[in-house]
Design a protein around this ligand. Structure first.
Ligand code: BGC
Length: 415
């Protein structure tokens, strides 16, 4: 055991928390947005691991799904010279922060990462040839969660096409069940919308949301996407304005609603409530997306501390712990995701996670593995934000699909 670890252990045991122990422990301030029941449990594993290693965890949690509020808080911190030790940042935003010259490389902790990460994800963790981010797990975004009792009551099976979906939603309605639980924030609107884009095929998704191809964005298929979203909205409940995603998940958990479109962090909520897949709820790919997989990989980046251009021992330890096999397993078991590190055993995972893993392998081989726009993986912040505005405006007004498509094509040109 290292000196720091010994002092930390003594302190945790209430034995010797004197000046020397306090001075020995590096304090690591960590900014994240994992505040729901399942999320807190998952990040708690990291906090415990780091505490055991002798570091002091300073939690900087900013509530708000998908992290919009957390990102605003982070900018304020960095501008005022109070950058946290680490922050939850993902996708192209990693490179955007690196370009500001405020991150530190963590190569020293990443010796075995290259051979243990899928190449497309390994690439995202880099800036200027150095590792600057540590990945946690892979979330699949294109899921539909269904309350099992509601499904049985409606006499249905998980829908694989939109006509089947609408038939099931009608049956739930007829059985007195609220068909869809939906939250009311722009990122949740965008999550549903990208699901529907994906249902038109992963090639269509890539051309539209990765390449931002104007012809695809203005196609009849895109009109159909907006029409389908409008139709789905007909099954929402009245109280969605401002509702957080986990409260919508709770409606499905408690049987107050039949279904929710959400990434598999929702599964963390089911697990936290003691619910079992196949018994209490069913996870299915969004209709029409069985062979595709919108990936969302959470990661931490590490900020320069007191002007130092290299990582502190605490930052390096944090990066190393995040990618350790034991942490990868336990974090995902609570979080609803699957480990991003290759070769971690899936034995302890439930059917939904095993399906996620199997579907991921199929999608990678078939070209159906695509980055989620709604979760910051597909586009730089500015373009993603402009598209999000278009979708949210459409979903919160009576705008027609044609007007929305024109606005979308314009938004996609945002640099
Ligand atoms: C993050 C997840 C998080 C979810 C809801 C997503 O963007 O990747 O880790 O659970 O937002 O906050």
């Amino acid at each position: 055991m290292k000196f720091r670890a010994i002092m930390g252990a003594l302190c945790a045991a209430g034995l010797m928390c004197g000046v020397s122990a306090v001075q020995a422990a590096e304090s690591i301030e960590v900014l994240h947005w994992w505040t729901s029941g399942g999320e807190s449990k998952a990040v708690g594993v990291l906090k415990d691991d780091m505490t055991k290693e002798g570091y002091t965890w300073k939690d900087f949690a900013v509530a708000g799904g998908a992290g919009a509020a957390a990102m605003t808080a982070l900018k304020t911190q960095v501008i005022s010279g109070n950058a946290p030790s680490a922050a939850q940042i993902k996708g192209p935003l990693i490179q955007e922060w690196a370009a500001q010259g405020v991150l530190v490389p963590i190569d020293a902790s990443a010796g075995d990462w290259k051979k243990n990460l899928p190449p497309e994800i390994d690439k995202i963790m880099h800036a200027d040839g150095h590792y600057v981010a540590a990945p946690f797990s892979v979330h699949r975004v294109n899921w539909l969660y269904i309350n099992k009792a509601a499904l049985d009551k409606a006499g249905g099976k998980a829908p694989t096409t939109w006509p089947e979906f609408f038939a099931l939603a009608d049956k739930m309605k007829a059985a007195g069940i609220q068909p869809i639980a939906m939250g009311g924030q722009p990122w949740q609107d965008l999550t549903l919308w990208e699901d529907v884009v994906l249902s038109q095929g992963s090639d269509f998704y890539k051309k539209a949301l990765v390449d931002l191809d104007q012809k695809t964005l203005t196609s009849d298929k895109m009109l159909n996407v907006f029409d389908t979203v409008r139709k789905i909205q007909g099954y929402f409940d009245a109280g969605r304005t401002g509702r957080d995603w986990n409260l919508a998940t709770a409606m499905v958990i408690n049987g107050k609603a039949g279904m929710q479109f959400m990434g598999d962090w929702a599964k963390g909520e089911f697990a936290n409530a003691g619910k079992k897949s196949g018994v209490d709820y069913v996870c299915a790919a969004v209709p029409g997306t069985e062979k595709s997989y919108t990936f969302n990989v959470d990661s931490f980046v590490f900020f320069q501390q007191k002007g130092q251009k290299s990582a502190t021992p605490g930052q390096l330890a944090l990066a190393k712990t995040i990618m350790s096999p034991a942490f990868q397993e336990q974090f995902s078991l609570y979080k609803g995701s699957i480990p991003v590190r290759l070769g971690v055993s899936m034995d302890k995972f439930d059917d939904c996670a095993k399906k996620s893993y199997a579907d991921e392998q199929v999608a990678i081989k078939s070209g159906g593995y695509v980055p989620s726009l709604a979760h910051g993986m597909a586009q730089p912040d500015a373009a993603a934000g402009a598209i999000s505005d278009v979708v949210t405006k459409f979903m919160n007004s009576q705008e027609d699909s044609k007007t929305a498509v024109a606005a979308l094509a314009k938004a996609a040109k945002t640099k």
